[in-house]
Design a protein around this ligand. Sequence first.
Ligand code: FAD
Length: 338
Amino acid sequence: SKNNHQTDVVIIGAGPTGLFAIFQCGMLGMKTHVIDALEATGGQCTALYPEKPIYDIPGFPTVAAAELIEHLEQQAAPFDPLYHLDQQVTGLQQESNGNWTVTTSKSTAISCKAVIIAAGAGAFGPNRPPLEGLENFEGSSVFYLVKRREAFRDKSVVIAGGGDSAVDWAMSLPEVAKKVYVVHRRDKFRAAPESVARMRSLAEMGKIEMVVPYQLHGLEGTDGKLEAVIVKDLKGNERSLEANILLPFYGLATDLGPMADWGFELERNHVVVNPTTCQTQKPGIFAIGDIATYENKLKLILCGFSEAAMAAHAIYPLVFPDHELHFQYSTSQGVPGE
Ligand code: FAD
């Protein structure tokens, strides 16, 4: 089926080290597929600090995190990696012939000769509010990010949270939505002061309704169609907000998920590897970047890059058992398309 794939190396995680591993594998003639829980590549650089400058990437006195990720993708592109984004790796099984099969939450199954785990602190996902029956509304009435503002035209929307995303959408959605509520547990917002001021002036004009200090308490509706969001204040006073859409913006969490049960030696949620190869205790399974640990490990992007190179060289004989690898520089070899 179209969900079944075969490749040389599966890379779990499209953060900076996963992206560089595509390049390193590619230079040794190995094909790669890359999986990430997020919809975009870049791991922490994209999800947590896209606009911050990084000062310790060799050769770049300063580079914005998002720009580094763009460069890494460009560098990897000649090797035609296949990206499987917006899905979490859920399974890892060894086949009878020694190959591995990696499976995801979207039923993607990829058979490969080796796996590189470049999973950082685990899969990124939204912090979900603890509401009964939440899963019945997710994807139909409850969304953790806004892809198209138009989808909320003429809807009544509850925005929950006090950070940048909540405040940004509180400023933008009144242009299309019928009604916008902002629910936050206190009257202080953790967003740029100018944005907060603009949000408050929209509230004064009656374009949004501030529901403060309140917390989400319950959801009402049937068949995934939200009808009301119940909120409560600290004294227990309840309000029912008539709404079709709930946007909880409570930030991102990381989840090691099923990886924690794959039988690796873990040290405080890090996978222990041989520092000269980055191989885990399971032959054919490698770990690099923030998730990998060994004595004196530094959690830095530049170390992740070096680990990607070591892992690729250690994987080569698994993919090409009959070839001997002669070490070469990128300058003597060139890259495809040059
Ligand atoms: P990550 O960037 O964490 O990426 C891992 C990816 O794997 C994530 O996208 C995640 O969704 C995905 N993933 C995990 N598990 C699964 C799964 N089961 N299924 C699917 N996908 C999965 N480092 C520096 O070197 N210099 C700096 O100046 C610097 N500044 C920083 C500033 C901040 C604010 C922060 C938070 C970090 C900073 N770092 C810096 C650290 C640096 O960002 C990390 O070392 C780096 O991102 C690690 O890269 P990685 O590819 O190993 O993992």
